[in-house]
Ligand binder design. Structure first.
Ligand code: ATP
Ligand code: MG
Length: 448
């Protein structure tokens, strides 16, 4: 019993801690994405992580990887509700848009970010908790918004300095077109039933389109020669697809048409696209999206066309790392070191005034072994990456001033000055920004 209590509890398999060392890269990524989304007029929406299970069962389709085997579903034993940790966010966003009648006056450009949950086999680029940032344009019917979403992604890759992400495009038409194709596809697969694996056999009559998406190498040749949905498109679907391509060509966005590209969810129609890199092994799809005109009606709303995408944050971050993006951990402007009770009190005041001036300041605080010697505190100051150490001891208290010591950029250790307590903020801001800059102490943070 007592042994059990002290045993270490480890995190859930496939669900990762994002540690401080990685935080700057996440922050850079998220800030860049937010800026790009804003520059296209997209507004953020935040929906709950838990939704009614029925939302996904109905929205995603019963015969999809997610609904068949990847959902974290549970019964809330407090009231019997059937709930699911969201495996994706489109269903939740559409639910919310309907619930709050968000598109009553005009179409909406929305975006979201956050963790998603799928019970998959954990491997590189595939986790059970992972993060997506996505955009949903709801109420837009034309090919212009499809192209805009794609242009927005391209701008994001450019701003992140990511090359080698290629665009694959397809149109999966409307339900009628898919039904005609489907009949021919089933007939074709039935002729090749000896090549089908168990999963494909199971999907043969329920969701044959998904068989085209198989990753089984033994089925590739057979699947390559299958009837192509593109050949079944009617005039309207074809015109829409050509409209998207025209805008992309006009904006010099390269793409290839992949007639086998279908997407995992049932609600897609017409345009589907994926951004793929070869730099990440088999988990190379960093972003997927498309049009989902039927979804709003499936959720009980008025027919409302829509289009969106979701990108996998972990995969994009891995790509950034592969491209050599290593950010140094957050560094601060000053580390405040103190010895003695009065010095400690004064140090808290000095640190607060420096923060008032917009500086990032770490105040030395006691650990389990006490506040530590002057020498050990200076070691901490060094390790913190601070540009300056501010030193307050008994002598300094007596004189009403602190020692301000330059920590970096010099091999012999930097110069040091004695500065009156009240003058430290101005002194440091001048040192860091330089006298010749016109600056606003209240609002600028001085990062390096
Ligand atoms: P895959 O075919 O790789 O399973 P998917 O079609 O299930 O992908 P989507 O539902 O379209 O993926 O999700 C959009 C993006 O989210 C993917 O392109 C990928 O970058 C990312 N993603 C999906 N599932 C995971 C996961 N389990 N772990 C990490 N990222 C994921
Ligand atoms: Mg999947």
């Amino acid at each position: 019993m007592s042994d059990k209590k002290t045993e270490k509890i480890v995190g859930v398999k496939g669900m990762n801690d994002i540690l401080p060392a990685d935080a700057p890269l996440w922050e850079l990524f998220e800030n860049t994405v937010h800026t790009v989304l804003k520059s296209y007029g997209f507004q953020q929406i935040r929906t709950p992580i838990v939704e009614p299970t029925a939302l996904f069962a109905r929205g995603l389709g019963a015969v999809t990887d997610i609904v068949e085997k990847e959902m974290y579903s549970f019964t809330d034993t407090m009231n019997g509700d059937e709930l699911t940790l969201r495996p994706e966010c489109t269903a939740g966003v559409v639910r919310s848009v309907l619930e709050h009648n968000l598109t009553y006056d005009s179409p909406k450009r929305l975006w979201y970010a956050g963790p998603m949950f799928r019970h998959e086999r954990p491997q590189r680029g595939r986790y059970r908790q992972f993060h997506q940032i996505g955009a949903e344009a709801i109420g837009f019917a034309g090919p212009d918004i499809d192209a805009e979403l794609i242009l927005m992604c391209q701008r994001l890759w450019d701003d992140l300095g990511l090359q080698n992400i290629r665009l694959e495009l397809n149109s999966i038409g409307n339900a009628d077109e898919r039904n005609r194709h489907r009949a021919d596809l089933i007939a074709y697969f039935e002729k090749h039933v000896d090549v089908l694996d168990e999963e494909a056999k199971r999907r043969l009559h329920s969701n044959p389109l998904r068989i085209l998406d198989t990753k089984n190498p033994a089925m590739q040749d057979m699947v390559n020669a299958a009837p192509k949905l593109l050949d079944y498109l009617g005039d309207e679907s074809r015109a829409h697809f050509e409209g998207v391509q025209k805008i992309l060509r006009h904006n010099n966005i390269p793409f290839t048409i992949n007639p086998r590209l279908v997407r995992g969810m049932d609600y897609y129609n017409r345009t589907v696209f994926e951004w793929i890199t070869d730099q990440l092994g088999s988990q190379g799809t960093v972003c997927g999206g498309g049009r989902y005109d039927p979804l709003v009606e499936m959720f009980g709303g008025k027919p409302t066309p829509a289009c969106g995408f979701a990108m996998g944050v972990e995969r994009l971050l891995e790509l950034m790392k592969a491209n050599g993006d290593q950010l140094t951990p957050n560094q601060c402007d000053a580390y405040v070191v103190h010895q003695g009770e009065e010095a400690q009190l004064q140090a808290t005041v000095v640190a607060e005034r420096l923060r008032d001036a917009g500086l990032d300041v770490v105040l030395h605080c006691a650990s389990a072994t006490g506040p530590g010697s002057f020498k050990s505190q200076m070691k901490r100051a060094d390790a913190s990456g601070a540009a300056y150490a501010i030193i307050i001891g008994e002598d300094e208290i007596a004189k009403g001033e602190a020692v301000v010591k330059e920590m970096r950029g010099t091999e012999t250790g930097g110069s040091q000055s004695h500065v009156a307590f009240a003058a430290i903020p101005d002194y440091l801001v001048d040192q860091i920004v330089g006298d010749d800059h016109d600056h606003d102490h209240e609002h600028v943070h001085y990062h390096h």
